[in-house]
Design a protein around this ligand. Sequence first.
Ligand code: SF4
Length: 358
Amino acid sequence: MIDASLVRKIRRRLLSWYDNHGRDLPWRRTDDPYAIWISEIMLQQTQVETVQPYYQRFLKRFPDVGTLARARLDTVLKQWEGLGYYGRARNMHKAAKVVVQDYEGQVPTTSEGLMALPGIGRYTAGAIASIAFGRCEPILDGNVIRILSRLFRYDQDPKSPEAQERLWDWATRLVPKGRPGAFNQAMMELGATVCHRQNPSCLLCPVATLCQARHHGEQHLLPKRVKRKARPCHTIAVGIVYKRGRILIDRRKPEGLLGGLWEFPGGKQEPGESLEETVKREVKEELGITVSVKRHLITIHHAYTHFEIELHAFLCQHMRGTPVCHASTAVKWVWPKDLERYAFPGANKKIFQALDLT
Ligand code: SF4
């Protein structure tokens, strides 16, 4: 299905198209492996337009791996705030320490070395090794899967182990020794700007005459979509607990989805419980204090990758007890105007607006 002459044509057309049409993005103007690494981590699950300002601010604040390794996790999370998937920031921070301690501050140059670092999987390792170090390593992400499935009219579930093996094999065969980084970026670029998930712009595609899906009019059917389970929705109630003008916040344990971020105390509603009861119980369990629920402030709907939440925030008055961390790593009373100094999950920003901190 994929012979040497086809491989040569695909390479030649994609590279020439990329040379002429590739977007001018900040991480494409550098050969600093550290900067390329940051861009690749930020670009996981996040759009180019969203990443650009974060990338620039992050590099200004942490210009090299040593600065990142020395920084406090809180400071790193604050820079990451709003970008989501905070495990990426925690892992980058851990990985920076490993690079400083075990690699004398030099980013590993091979895929194997890169994959030994926290937060770097096969795709990211291939991207960094090929772009920063010119190594002939393939990449396979959603964009590349879409292009390969359409180019070769491959109709198996791309998440299945057999399909993964097949797709990685094609990606490996396609990447050229001469310009592996440019070729991989050309694939990413084609997926992002031409071979869209819906309505691909086949008329603008450099490999259109080689594309089997287009030939058969099946672009919209590939890659095969398998129905996944619906995301569960959790109901959460949190307390904006105040005492003499200050508000209580606590920091989550370092593990888990939002690990290390600050939040308002609260948690999941239990069966048969009113939201007000949830707030009182959760605040008591989490911090050992008693509060009186005054009024509902705002309800926010927020979707994560694998679940959704309906977050109800209530203004609460502190009644009794000194806050103690039972389920968190730090607790503070802060002035409302200072809340912005702490890294909070995205959903909490809407609570700030409802609090009208201006
Ligand atoms: Fe994608 Fe269309 Fe190009 Fe095929 S021809 S790779 S479907 S943009």
